[in-house]
Design a protein around this ligand. Structure first.
Ligand code: ASP
Ligand code: MG
Length: 412
């Protein structure tokens, strides 16, 4: 029997009624001739509640116990989904991560999947079971402790199962009906994409689009898992939603596929550092050691041997970055006149594999921002994206202007 992986996010299993609706979809795929692996999230809001319990009990918690607690939301929905299917006369049973076992490393709260043995579940399919319901987000470490894959990790569980079992497709059921050219909440012209390339989805996810966990897209790209994002609230046929696929499978391609944004950026500037060999290493080494995720970097032209160095990092890492820089200064590794943190910025990015073959995309972006009177503070580019750091108050305007400029409301 061909295998299908169906993943239901928190809003799709938020109540018993919604679990029943999800189970009906699963039942339809079983009737279509599939053996189905269902991956469930915890009920909406449940994981946040569990994280809150842990924080309140122990602010500097033991990550192994954090995982023991926060993984439990998925145990409830997995069991309930199996029971619901059984009530519909669909042969089903549940698995927790350790029972599969979904083996991970020991990086608690951000574990990486090492291996998913298939024999256990395949044997049950062989005995006539039709649906394996697996608790998403959780696994077991080499030491035998419960691990979790990081927030949003059920997406990654789903894609990893699809890869391990050679599933025909991995359907991600969520509360939106697909991947959009940008966030419809801030740009009413946002259009749902029929298809998007893995690389574009990867950029969009890591630049702030929240539909899929970044790691899940990485895995799908590596193992060529056909990934579909669709709504569990609408009746949909096999063409519904957005297919995340190989770029060869996309015939018509706009230069730009989407606009992403992230409010969670801060800009830090070291004023007047000595411009000499090793200065970048002396700054970014301590930042890396302190676990600061540096994104954009700009070094100014130097004047009389001094220069300014600017970088961006997530807003909640500003204090850590400052501490790392002050430490390096105290140890005499770097010197600077001032360290300025600006948290009133945001990052807006355009993404598209078409940029490889279209010239002038970045220039068009900058002109659009100029026409709106928006000042660009920092720019970074890669082969398929251009990101700018701008004042936060212009974020929505910038997204809308870029969406208009690249005519993303139109199909290619
Ligand atoms: N329940 C977990 C979370 O809220 C995992 C997931 O839903 O993907 O992060
Ligand atoms: Mg999610």
């Amino acid at each position: 029997m061909p295998i299908l992986v169906m993943k239901f996010g928190g809003t799709s299993v938020a109540t018993l009624d919604r679990i029943r609706r999800a189970a009906k979809r699963v039942g339809r795929e079983v009737a279509n001739g599939y053996d189905v692996i269902v991956i469930v999230s915890a009920m909406a809001g449940e994981t946040n509640k569990l994280v809150g319990y842990v924080d309140e009990t122990s602010p500097l918690y033991d990550a192994r116990e954090y995982d023991a607690v926060v993984s439990s939301g998925e145990n409830v929905t997995a069991g309930l989904m199996a029971l619901t299917l059984q009530e519909m006369d669909v042969p089903a049973r549940s698995w927790q991560g350790w029972q599969v076992p979904l083996k991970t490393n020991a990086a608690h709260a951000a574990a990486r999947i090492m291996e998913i043995p298939t024999d256990n579940i395949m044997a049950k399919f062989g005995e006539g079971m039709k649906v394996a319901v697996v608790a998403g987000f959780q696994g077991v470490s080499p030491e035998g402790r419960i691990t979790t894959l990081g927030r949003g990790g059920s997406d990654t569980t789903a894609v990893a199962f699809a890869a391990a079992f050679g599933a025909e497709r991995c359907d991600i059921y969520t509360d939106v009906d697909g991947v959009y050219t940008t966030d419809p909440r801030i740009c009413e012209k946002a259009r749902k994409l029929e298809k998007i390339a893995f690389e574009e989805m990867l950029e969009l996810a890591s630049l702030g689009a929240k539909v899929l966990q970044t790691r899940s897209v990485e895995l799908a790209m590596r193992f060529k898992v056909r990934l579909r994002v669709l709504s569990s609230f609408e009746d949909n046929d096999e063409h519904a939603g957005t297919l995340v696929c190989d770029e060869e499978d996309i015939v018509e391609q706009n230069a730009v596929a989407g606009v992403a944004y992230s409010r969670d950026e801060a800009k830090m500037t070291l004023v007047s550092v000595a411009d000499k060999p090793g200065i970048a290493a002396a700054i970014f080494g301590p930042l890396a050691d302190a676990g600061v995720n540096v994104d954009m970097i700009v070094q100014n032209i130097s004047e009389e041997g001094r220069t300014d160095m600017t970088f961006s990092c997530p807003t909640n890492q500003v204090a850590r970055a400052r501490q790392a820089m002050e430490g390096a200064k105290d140890r005499g590794e770097i010197e600077y006149n001032d360290l300025i943190a600006d948290t009133d910025v945001c990052k807006v990015s355009i993404v598209g594999i078409g940029m490889r073959s279209h010239a002038g995309v970045a220039a068009k972006m900058f002109a659009a921002l100029r026409d709106e009177g928006i000042n660009i503070r920092v720019i970074t580019t890669s082969e398929i994206k251009v990101s700018v750091l701008i004042d936060r108050k212009y974020m929505e305007l910038a997204v809308q202007a870029l969406h208009d400029t690249f005519e993303l409301e139109k199909t290619a």
